[in-house]
Design a protein around this ligand. Structure first.
Ligand code: ATP
Length: 375
């Protein structure tokens, strides 16, 4: 907590607000209403949503607007995109926000399906740039032509034991996708996770970093990721390190979530397991996130654009509001972050003005008004 920083408003930060697509703008505008009601020492630059951008400007202009916003603003609060809002890839790859921090924390009033949700409180650090997300895909015949499939063994058996050998790589109607990691990037995200584990330990957590991947099958990629993470963690003697195979870890998220403190995951598993973790605390409407690089960060909910409820004013804005709490901490406005968090907690504890996903009948905007009233 730094009240000195909280009151130092001489250099007022600028926050870009990018509403996104489908139902996401409803959650973002409701969250923005709360932030504006707080009269924060922040200048907001609110961009149009994806549909409006498509109507009013070319895709190239929209992309440039989003990129300029990332360059100009101290940070961005983002909804989510179905592809209509252009340029958001720049937030990740352009600004190299390599660590996606996704807290999974149950709070009283969250409608969890677990028998004992009390005390579920851990943070997933998802590697945010590599793995299968490079989008390098193609026809299987390219793999055959490259010679990459010319190996004596396949799936753990000798080539001679497979009917047709590897002929199917050249002849079948098939596709491939590339999964890759680089040492420098895995090291920096592992250091990030270790520092976060230290911070949480200083605040009373166990001080344990858990890493997971499918290292029993993909030893040269997933195995290497876990090896590098273990190597990096060994440089932090005050924290402990453990690893689990991804399928076993998926079970642990449900069976023993209380054992988790900080979790480091490759990109794809991080994406999937954070939705699973969100499910244990009460759903996607409750899970915030922040994406951190060396010199810039942006904030968005874990959930997507929720297209099935677009225009219905029933999207739960809690995930976006809790992302805004993370954003306020990032901007050094710790007391205001805590005030917003406490107001959200109070609305859940009262349980009277919750959105339908939490068993209530409040609209997105009514929930936001309840948070404003609690403030
Ligand atoms: P993406 O792949 O873009 O992350 P996703 O697969 O996680 O998307 P979502 O758009 O998050 O999919 O939606 C999954 C389901 O959860 C949908 O039925 C959606 O309505 C619901 N959902 C997501 N976010 C919320 C929310 N904030 N409030 C209520 N329901 C939500």
């Amino acid at each position: 907590m730094s009240s000195a920083t909280d009151s130092a408003s001489d250099a007022q930060p600028t926050v870009g607000v990018l509403p996104g697509d489908d139902a996401a703008p409803e959650a973002v505008h409701a969250s923005l209403a709360v932030l504006q009601a707080m009269e924060l020492p922040i200048a907001f630059e609110v961009l149009p949503d994806g549909a409006e951008m498509a109507r009013e400007m070319s895709r190239e202009e929209g992309e440039q607007l989003v990129i300029d916003t990332a360059e100009r603003c101290n940070t961005v609060l983002f909804g989510s995109t179905n592809g209509q809002t252009p340029g958001v890839g720049y937030f990740r790859w352009g600004r190299q926000t390599y660590a996606n921090v996704r807290p999974i924390k149950w709070r009283p009033g969250f409608r969890s399906p677990m028998v004992r949700p009390e005390g579920i409180d851990y943070v997933i650090v998802r590697e945010n740039l590599e793995d299968l997300y490079a989008g390098i895909e193609g026809d299987l015949s390219e793999v055959a032509a490259s010679g990459l499939a010319d190996r004596p063994r396949f799936g753990g058996v000798s080539r001679t034991q497979i009917p047709g050998g590897f002929g199917h790589f050249a002849e079948a109607d098939g596709r491939y996708a590339i999964k890759y990691f680089t040492r420098a990037n895995v090291e920096r995200v592992a250091h990030f996770a270790c520092r976060l584990t230290q911070q949480r330990k200083a605040e009373g957590s166990e001080g344990k970093l858990t890493c997971s991947a499918k290292y029993n099958v993909l030893s040269r990629t997933d195995g290497w990721f876990v090896e590098i993470a273990a190597e990096v963690a060994s440089g932090y003697p005050d924290i402990t390190f453990e690893s689990f195979i991804a399928d076993d870890f998926a079970r642990r998220i449900v069976a023993s979530p209380h054992d988790l403190d900080v979790v480091l995951l490759p990109n794809l598993y991080g994406d999937i397991f954070s939705d699973e973790g969100a499910g244990t605390i009460g759903g996607l409407g409750l899970a915030p996130s922040g994406c951190f690089g060396e010199d810039w960060a942006y904030f968005e909910s874990v959930h997507g654009t929720a297209p099935d409820i677009a225009g219905m004013h029933r999207i739960n804005p809690t995930a976006t509001m809790l992302s805004a709490v993370m954003m306020l901490h990032h901007l050094g406005q710790h007391e205001r972050a805590s005030a917003l968090e406490a107001a959200i907690d109070a609305v859940y504890e009262a349980g009277e003005r919750l959105t339908p996903d939490q068993g209530g009948s409040a609209s997105t905007e009514e929930f936001a008004q309840a948070v404003i009233d609690a403030l």
